[in-house]
Design a protein. Structure first.
Length: 277
């Protein structure tokens, strides 16, 4: 059977509001898909026992003339991408308690719908320039549940869910995008767009980008205006650009032979010398 003819694995994409969701970039991927395709709510997980309401507070609103309290909740959607092509999505505030039990309950729901692949998504603030493609890291279960050995520190519910899913025999992928911390916490369409593009490759499905390219362009323009109005910030961004370019060249070196690498080193040194003038 050719690669094109192989049936796609049914996937569930997961994103969580809060610590794992800088600028709402990860959860906005799911919100974008819900706005572009036919989708229906298929399951939910009640909030009781998973949330600290002083941290994740209920919301009040008026529905059909009546005041209601909306409690934090995990919602699962069936999104129809095309005829015969569906993906499932899980979106929720990050729970405060009982993460292992929460993850296993989430995976039981995934099993109900014959999901074979779990794709967790997250976004974080980092020292990166808005003038370059935002750093986007992808990992999958080829490591068989070994955590990223380059990172030691706190993790969120996406990492825990991914680890337990891998242990339970699901195929897994994780996507993390970095966002310039100097731009604040407003929505970052560029990060959402890049994550959507990578998600398309992971799923093997062309996903509708809608107006995300236009919003991403506007985000970059606004960031550039802010930089031009602040000399200190502009200098900081130039330093981030130099660091970004040096790290990119270092990765390229690994894929080149010695002569090409030496030439690229020379070109990089000339470029950096020019930038410092």
């Amino acid at each position: 059977m050719t690669e094109e003819a192989k049936p796609r694995k049914t996937a569930m994409i997961c994103a969580f509001e809060g610590w794992n969701d800088a600028c709402q970039a990860a959860t906005n991927v799911i919100r974008h898909l819900l706005s572009r395709y036919d989708a229906r709510e298929v399951r939910y997980i009640r909030c009781d026992g998973y949330y600290d309401y002083q941290v994740t507070r209920p919301m009040t609103c008026t529905v059909t003339g009546r005041r209601r309290i909306l409690w934090p909740q995990t919602t699962f959607y069936d999104i129809q991408i095309s005829e015969g092509t569906h993906v499932f999505a899980q979106i929720a505030p990050e729970p405060n308690y009982r993460w292992i039990e929460y993850s296993r309950q989430s995976l039981r729901i995934a099993e109900e719908f014959d999901v074979e692949r779990i794709v967790t998504m997250g976004s974080m603030f980092a020292d990166c320039p808005h003038t370059r493609p935002l750093p986007l890291d992808e990992s999958d279960d080829s490591c068989r549940c070994d955590m990223d050995r380059e990172y030691n520190g706190p993790v969120g519910i996406p990492t825990v869910l991914d680890s337990i899913a891998c242990e339970d025999g699901f195929s897994t992928s994780t996507l993390w995008v970095s966002i310039p911390q100097y731009l604040g916490s407003d929505d970052c369409a560029q990060a959402t767009l890049q994550m959507l593009e990578r998600l398309s490759k992971v799923l093997g499905i062309e996903l509708d980008e809608g107006d995300l390219p236009r919003k991403a362009k506007a985000w970059k323009a606004q960031a550039s205006v802010l930089t031009r109005c602040n000399d200190e910030l502009a200098d900081y961004v130039r330093k981030l650009e130099r660091k970004y370019d040096m790290e990119l060249n270092a990765r390229i070196f690994a894929d080149l032979g010695t002569p090409q690498a030496e030439q690229l080193v020379k070109e990089t040194e000339e470029y950096l010398s020019h930038m410092q003038e």
